[in-house]
Design a protein around this ligand. Structure first.
Ligand code: ANZ
Ligand code: ZN
Length: 825
């Protein structure tokens, strides 16, 4: 018989909600456990890909609760951002209305899946009581000199009409809409994340519970390079041109220099006769995509400035070029080019017919310029390098740096790829930046007591590229907090990554009015014990959250330096071979599946699809298979419950081999499932374990006449099984638990423990004969292999005695009974 999932699931969801069973006690004597799943962007409905994330979190939360932890498992919405604004423009609705409607929908979708969230802690980053504290964080950074404004060339998306952080530009295109990015000069607010580069890099080492690939991505993003800055003099002047190089060992092979097109030195160094050529190049390069032009293999372009530099190591006069592959924002925006040993320089030298000089050769062979099809980038022996000739280049490196320092020609230098975090957005639907501009006082931060700077609701969306707040007169006109004269408000809003960089703290005290969070409470609950989310957030969101945590630590608000102790990145769900997405029209809605199969079946299926960290393909047949298993569970469990109402487990006696074997399977599976959840999130194999146990149970029941069933044993199996099932299929487990007569919730039951005695296998006595005479008896496991039995017999003292000084000719095992050893003296 199929069970009525609709009735059962609605009943328990109502019960849980009414009794507030998931409400977290703020403090407790119990050890805390904070499980957090990345909050969604409420841009519509959620699909089963999101559900997978929430179900993984829920299994962990429910399991930890049953292990006796005080569990915090909150939920909320990353509710500011572009989609709401775009939808608002398109449909002429207020972004807030649109967002809250979506939140309502998502909340209902999630409640139908039975996730154990403490709904009293729900947050949305677009509410005043949340963004007030996002603004507070801005002020704290500003006070510490970590928020600053500067004029800079920024990435501009002409379609979204907003500035993007470097991180939001993928292959020169807008991460959201795919439009080619343009460069624009604007005055923008930045967070000085670069001040934390070294900490952000080093502290990755303490994050033992993070996937290695995520740590590597963070590391590469921070991009630390150790090398030297070397000063070249500009020929005929006293001026210096400083370059950053990771390879000062190639200094003797420099044949030209190159500047970034954006460098102010270009204008300064271009001679009248080269002016035309340089200008033509600059015109070409501005049309080039900044990200493509520096990519490996991109065509090299440039122009000679007409000026020369003097190589400090040998006094050589070398031409200074401007080149498309030099980044203005990295190092010093200028390089020393060594075409023999750097591939990009090699390509440029070939293009412009510049000399190539080899200064490193392979250890066991010679190298000639005419041999070079590409740059020789390996390590080797230094040549043509004066007093360093003959040295291994890696060994020479530190000495060269020392020598440069002694001669005041350069110094050791560390560079990072990480840039400051551009947080200004020319958009409406975000947290206003709490800054006022006064003609007399300049930039004035809004005092904390005046927060929040409220986002007005009556705005016009003009497609001008300026923030819509620019046109809201009531908003922009204010008085200067310092001198009281009329002043203007900042009209840009903050990047939504600022909102999500601290939300895990707000869940601690979601309703606190005078503070973003309470320090003691935060120190009790944080760091998050288990963070779960998509690998697409492996760089930005995690890096920004780590940064904000470190700043708050330095300001004394918290006592931990990393926000997330353990991170799990789940795989994506594909359908028809493609990543699920609205635009591809291959989205599976959880609502439909819940209706048809039930939330429990959907949950179990999501976890049974494969290892949760791997991508998986949605398959209806798989879901049907899980549904059959659920019915099997329902049928065998309700049968057992019916016949064991008045049975007391404590009176259990095991008589037959079959009974012992069933109980052994139960305890093996308790061990296995516990271990699978605890280690590596192996939910799929945990579910296989449950299936195995149900099969063993059914085979016992089918092969034993009903009057001979060991009811105490059946009751134990059913009771423990229901508890094991409950984090995965909580509604069905709750129903069965109550059918058993419990008046408590299974979600508060104690997780079962392995009874080691149950794991013991039967033992056998084996007679050991030597040349036909009984000499000893040994006891072995019933499952022992021939090898194990032999070893045990040969270790037996009595046997050893007879084997001394004799040669074993033959060993014959009569299974289960006898071991015969034939020897020759
Ligand atoms: C000479 C040289 C010789 C270099 C050689 C490399 C190999 P990473 O590891 O990424 O830090 N470089 C420095 N600043 C640059 C800029 N603004 N735009 C483009 N390239 C720049 O790379 C450091 C190397 O990249 C530096 O070391 C410099 O080239 C180049 F056989 O100097 B090297
Ligand atoms: Zn003023």
């Amino acid at each position: 018989m199929d069970y009525n999932h609709i009735e059962i699931e609605q009943k328990w969801q109502k019960e849980w909600e009414e009794k507030k069973v998931f409400k977290t006690s703020q403090r407790s004597d119990k050890e805390k456990y904070y499980v957090l799943t990345m909050f969604p962007y409420p841009s519509g409905t959620i699909h089963v890909g999101h559900v997978k994330n929430y179900v993984i979190g829920d299994v962990v939360a429910r399991y930890k609760r049953m292990q006796g932890y005080n569990v915090l498992h909150p939920f909320g919405y990353d509710a500011f951002g572009l989609p709401a604004e775009n939808a608002a423009i398109k449909n002429n609705v207020n972004p807030g209305e649109w967002t809250f409607k979506n939140i309502e929908t998502i909340r209902n979708q999630i409640k139908k899946i039975g996730i154990s969230y403490d709904w009293d802690r729900e947050i949305a980053t677009c509410t005043e009581d949340y963004y007030k504290w996002t603004q507070w964080i801005f002020l704290k950074l500003y006070e510490k000199g970590l928020a600053y404004k500067k004029h800079a060339a920024v990435n501009w998306c002409p379609s979204c009409k907003t500035v993007l952080a470097n991180e939001q530009v993928v292959n020169g295109k807008c991460e959201r809409c795919g439009t080619e990015i343009e460069m624009k000069k604007l005055e923008q607010w930045y967070f000085k994340i670069t001040e934390y580069s070294e900490k952000l890099l080093n502290d990755l080492d303490i994050l033992e519970g993070w996937p290695e690939n995520v740590k590597i991505m963070q590391k590469n993003w921070i991009g630390k390079s150790v090398g030297a800055e070397v000063n070249f003099t500009i020929d005929g002047t006293e001026k210096e041109l400083t370059v950053f190089t990771t390879r000062p060992d190639t200094l003797w092979g420099v044949t030209f220099m190159a500047l970034a097109p954006e460098s102010p030195l270009v204008e300064e160094l271009t001679t009248p006769s080269q002016k035309k050529e340089v200008e033509e190049f600059l015109n070409r390069v501005t049309k080039e995509d900044k990200f493509k032009r520096i990519a490996q293999g991109a065509k090299k372009d440039g122009a000679f400035t007409g000026s020369y530099a003097i190589n400090p190591v040998n006094g050589e006069k070398i031409p200074i070029y401007v080149a498309n592959y030099i980044l203005f924002e990295y190092g010093t925006g200028a390089i020393m080019a060594v075409p023999a040993h750097d591939q990009r320089d090699f390509e440029f030298a070939k293009e412009f017919n510049l000399p190539i000089r080899i200064v490193i050769k392979p250890e066991n062979s010679d190298l000639k310029v005419t041999d070079l099809q590409e740059a020789f980038t390996e390590d080797g022996i230094m040549i043509n390098s004066d007093k360093f000739d003959g040295m291994k280049n890696r060994e020479a490196l530190p000495e060269i740096i020392k020598w440069l320092e002694e001669n005041k020609l350069g110094k050791k230098s560390i560079q990072y790829k990480l840039r400051d975090w551009l947080i200004s957005r020319q958009r409406y639907w975000g947290a206003p930046i709490p800054i006022v501009y006064c003609d007399d006082c300049g930039i004035v931060p809004v005092p904390e007591k005046d927060l929040p700077v409220k986002l007005p609701t009556d705005v016009k969306f003009e497609p001008t590229g300026k923030s819509p707040l620019t046109y809201t007169e009531d908003f922009i006109h204010t008085t200067c907090p310092k001198c009281g004269k009329p002043a203007r408000r900042e009209v840009d809003t903050m990047d939504t990554f600022v909102d999500s960089s601290w939300y895990y703290l707000r869940y601690i005290n979601p309703k606190m009015e005078d503070k973003p969070f309470d320090t003691d409470d935060a120190n009790y609950w944080l760091p998050v014990d288990q963070y779960i989310g998509g690998v697409e957030h492996a760089i930005l969101h995690l890096l920004y959250s780590r940064f904000i945590t470190k700043v708050l630590y330095d300001l004394g608000y918290i006592n931990f330096i990393e926000p997330f102790s353990n991170l799990f990145t789940q795989g994506m769900i594909y359908k028809n071979g493609a990543k699920m997405s609205k635009s591809k029209g291959n989205v599976v809605s959880p609502d439909e599946m819940v209706e048809k199969y039930g939330a429990d079946t959907l949950r179990l299926y999501m976890l049974f699809m494969g290892p949760p960290e791997k991508d998986a393909e949605w398959n209806d047949a798989g879901l049907e298979g899980v549904a059959r298993f659920m019915n099997k569970v329902w049928n065998s469990m309700s049968k057992i419950i019916n016949i064991t109402k008045n049975v007391n487990i404590k009176n259990m006696n095991l008589n037959t081999k079959e009974e012992k074997s069933l109980r052994r399977k139960l305890h093996q599976m308790i061990g296995k499932i516990t271990n699978d959840i605890e280690k590596n999130f192996q939910f799929n194999t945990a579910i296989s374990g449950m299936m195995e146990l149900i099969n063993e149970l059914n085979s016992y029941m089918n092969n034993t006449p009903e009057e001979k069933w060991n009811k105490e044993l059946l009751k134990e199996v059913a009771q423990d099984f229901i508890i094991l099932l409950s984090p995965f299929a909580p509604h069905l487990a709750e129903e069965l638990w109550h059918m058993m007569g419990h008046s408590t919730f299974v979600l508060n039951a104690k997780w079962p423990e392995v009874d080691k005695n149950a794991l013991k296998v039967e033992e056998l006595e084996i007679v050991v004969q030597i040349n036909g005479k009984v000499r000893a008896k040994i006891v072995v496991d019933a499952n022992a292999t021939e090898e194990e039995i032999k070893n045990k017999a040969f270790e037996e003292e009595k046997v050893k005695k007879y084997l001394e000084n004799s040669e074993v000719k033959k060993v014959i095992l009569v299974k289960g009974k006898l071991l015969n050893i034939v020897i020759k003296k």
